[in-house]
Design a protein. Structure first.
Length: 318
């Protein structure tokens, strides 16, 4: 794949409005899901995938108008969000009332695995959050809270045990031999902890301006074994700024994804030169030399995601 075929521009993102089981549920029926790199977690055959190859993790995004929410669900691998546009409230727990945190633009949240989580746009305009999902098969570990499945069925959507959505409003029914996704029992639900907010905010949330200060002179290590947010999810995340990146060529020993947050960035590879803008996503192959630098004056920041040999799985507690 050429460099240009490995860049997904923000303005060219193709949304899916029927990606998940709550697509007809009032309050969640206006959200848009974007699958940028890898198959993601969509349950709909209508989901467009921009780049199917996975570098050991998936990249996606969620776009929502004000007061639109994503319903409670859980993951068995990492789910990391940073806020590209808007103001967002993240909440968690069996009923979504165990804790919450509000994130502003640039803030990043490495949500612990194994807890029910949801989020909503509490800003005044359309908002966008960018997502990093652990593992090549990020769709293999999504579990919905029982009330989400029940409410969705009341509005015409049924999730099969095969992980596929069927819309009765379109005349669709479960195929022969496919049963509905079973609801978690009370015993099952004991495995999903009600995590208090203090620990979650302290250990899993990093504020943009704190990271910008850390990135003076060197990249800020955001997620990793020795990073601000200590975890080993199968990838590492850094924040780069104007003062923390050199203009020299780099040759990564693992696949790398570049996701500008602020400013415009000049990227040079053997394939040529391009400019990346906020909301763009670029996949750099293992062993592909590149140079990166802001192309304009003013604030410039970029999240860099690098694969590693750590297995994708539960939140690291070492």
């Amino acid at each position: 794949m050429t460099l240009h075929s490995r860049i997904v521009r923000y303005g060219e993102l193709k949304p899916c409005k029927t990606a998940f089981i709550d697509a007809h549920t009032p309050g969640s029926d206006q959200k848009e899901n974007f699958t940028i790199i890898g198959g993601g977690v969509s349950e709909s055959p209508d989901q467009h995938v921009h780049i199917r190859d996975t570098p050991g993790f998936n990249i996606g995004a969620a776009g929502q108008p004000p007061r639109c929410r994503n319903s409670l669900h859980s993951h068995t691998t990492a789910e990391v969000f940073f806020v590209l546009k808007g103001r967002w409230r993240f909440f968690w727990g069996r009923w979504g009332n165990a804790g919450e945190v509000v994130l502003e633009e640039g803030d990043i949240f490495n949500i612990p695995t194994g807890i029910f989580r949801g989020f909503e746009n509490i800003g005044t305009d359309y908002g966008m959050i960018m997502a990093i999902l652990g593992g090549d098969d990020a769709g293999g570990g999504v579990t919905w809270a029982p009330q989400v499945i029940e409410e969705a069925q009341a509005h015409g959507l049924i999730l099969g045990e095969n992980g596929v959505l069927y819309d009765s409003k379109k005349g669709e029914n479960l195929p022969d031999g496919v049963a509905p996704m079973p609801l978690l029992t009370d015993e099952d639900l004991t495995a999903f902890p009600e995590v208090p907010p203090a620990g979650v905010v302290r250990d899993y949330v990093a504020r943009y301006w704190d990271l910008m200060a850390l990135a003076a002179g060197q990249p800020a290590r955001v997620i990793g074994e020795d990073a601000v947010l200590r975890d080993k999810p199968g990838f590492e995340v850094d924040l780069l700024t104007r003062s923390s990146i050199s203009a020299d060529m780099h040759t990564p020993d693992q696949p790398t994804v570049l996701m500008p947050m602020r400013g415009h960035w000049r990227l040079v590879t053997e394939d040529g030169e391009v400019t990346l803008a906020p909301g763009d996503t670029c996949l750099i192959n293992k062993g592909e030399a590149y140079a990166l630098a802001p192309s304009m004056t003013g604030e410039a920041s970029l999240y860099r995601v690098r694969g590693n040999d750590d297995p994708a799985g539960s939140t690291w507690t070492g």
